[in-house]
Design a protein around this ligand. Structure first.
Ligand SMILES: Nc1ncnc2c1ncn2[C@@H]1O[C@H](COP(=O)(O)OP(=O)(O)OP(=O)(O)O)[C@@H](O)[C@H]1O
Ligand SMILES: [Mg+2]
Length: 241
């Protein structure tokens, strides 16, 4: 579904990613874990076209999308729920969701039934349903996170990129975010999940990659990474929760 080969990217002269390769198969939940500054957000940005890769290949369903502008990439079915949950603060919850469907309405992909998808999002995120007319900027942090995820899902993406959906949330809401991810997985949404809570991410994921200083240092089934001594020491120790 999503294939990344020898991807290199950074910011101007600063090289962050050094030829990383990974794949996300259809219906799979793959997690990318790593320390602060390892390059996880940069990876998602390079995949979704927020920054231009320096070299390498990104393909979605076999189609090369490397270097395309982000709206073209979105049209091909890659949705990005960015770090720091960017919602349109003055728009209502419902209008934020409708905006999420916009790219799909202008592209060549099946347009589908936006109303039905909206109803599905309100089913999946009942907290949002109660607040559908509320200005998004006035939602709590956890609610804004739900909205950012729901908005990305309104693209009916082939692959959903999630950057630290639990960031800054209280434990109860972190649980809720992971419960939502589990529901999306049950609905066969293909996802690449970046998470600070490596243990929780490996708990829900099928497969994982460890990013260290812009390089993939380990990969394997989530079950095997969970018991890998090096991964345990670096990312699952008590110091990291
Ligand atoms: N806009 C930018 N300009 C220059 N350097 C940047 C920029 N954004 C990130 N970097 C640098 O790129 C490196 C990787 O950052 P990135 O945000 O991808 O890390 P991360 O793995 O997502 O970390 P975290 O867990 O803290 O979110 C860091 O050294 C960071 O300082
Ligand atoms: Mg990050």
């Amino acid at each position: 579904m999503l294939q990344v080969e020898n991807l290199a990217a950074g910011y101007g002269k600063v090289k962050v990613l050094h030829e990383i390769s990974l794949r996300v198969e259809e219906g799979m939940l793959v997690t990318l874990i790593g320390s602060n500054g390892a390059g996880k957000t940069t990876t998602l940005r390079a995949l979704s076209g927020m920054i231009k890769p320096e070299s390498g290949h990104v393909r979605i369903s076999g189609e090369e999308i490397t270097g395309m502008p982000s709206h073209e990439i979105a049209r091909r079915g890659l949705a990005h729920s960015p770090e720091g949950r960017r919602v349109f603060p003055v728009l209502s919850v419902e209008d934020n969701l409708i905006m999420g469907a916009f790219t799909r309405l202008t592209g060549s992909r099946p347009k589908g039934d936006v109303k039905a998808d909206l109803a599905r999002m309100f089913e999946l995120f009942p907290r949002l349903a109660e607040r559908r007319q509320q200005q998004a900027g006035t939602l709590s942090g956890g609610e804004q996170q739900m909205l950012a995820m729901a908005r990305a899902l309104m693209l009916s993406p082939k692959v959903l990129l999630l950057d630290e959906p639990s960031m800054g949330l209280a434990p109860k809401l972190v649980e809720e975010v992971f419960a939502t991810i589990t529901r999306l997985k049950a609905a066969r949404v293909t996802m690449l999940l970046v998470e600070q809570f490596a243990a929780a991410a490996l708990e829900v994921a099928d497969f994982g990659y460890v990013l260290e200083n812009g390089r993939i240092s380990a990969s394997g089934s989530a079950a095997s990474l969970k018991v890998d001594p090096a991964v345990r020491a670096a990312y699952l120790g008590t110091a990291h929760g």
